[in-house]
Design a protein around this ligand. Structure first.
Ligand SMILES: [Cu+2]
Length: 147
């Protein structure tokens, strides 16, 4: 009897591991430490496991006055960023928000954010339900472009 339960458990565990992923997964959210009143860029990776295209259409953050979707681009050797309405999340693809590219801009931080802090933001999508994301605050030595 015990053995049968074990086999059943093993089958259940196996199926949980092999089930195809669906929906949207957000990974590795982080930002640099920032002072109160400053602007901070949030970086993360969004994976769209669905078979339909989606888009990030907005961000909410309690820690700042506003949260915007920005895109940085090198134009004539100058890094410029602009605010965009949405960021496309193609079906089955990962989109990386990283220094020098896409980022989420937290404007006018209500409090200073130090190394080791965690803040929460909510991502809004065209199709998918909102996702609450924990953002780790830590210094990234490789970032020199600002955001
Ligand atoms: Cu920005």
């Amino acid at each position: 009897m015990k053995k049968r339960i074990f086999v059943l458990l093993a089958v259940l565990l196996f199926c949980a591991a092999c089930a195809p992923k669906t929906g949207i997964e957000v990974r590795d959210a982080w930002m640099n430490p920032a002072s109160q009143g400053a602007t901070g860029g949030v970086y993360l990776t969004i994976h769209n496991y669905d078979k339909t295209d989606d888009a990030l259409v907005g961000v909410s953050a309690e820690v700042s006055q506003a949260a915007e979707i920005h895109e940085s681009k090198l134009e004539n050797d100058v890094m410029r960023m602009r605010m965009v309405e949405s960021a496309a999340l193609p079906a089955g693809k990962s989109v990386e928000f990283a220094p020098g590219g896409w980022h989420i801009m937290l404007v006018n931080l209500a409090r200073p954010l130090a190394d080791g802090d965690t803040i929460e933001i909510v991502l809004h999508f065209q199709q998918h339900a909102d996702i609450l994301v924990s953002v780790m605050v830590h210094t990234n030595a490789s970032e020199h472009e600002g955001h």
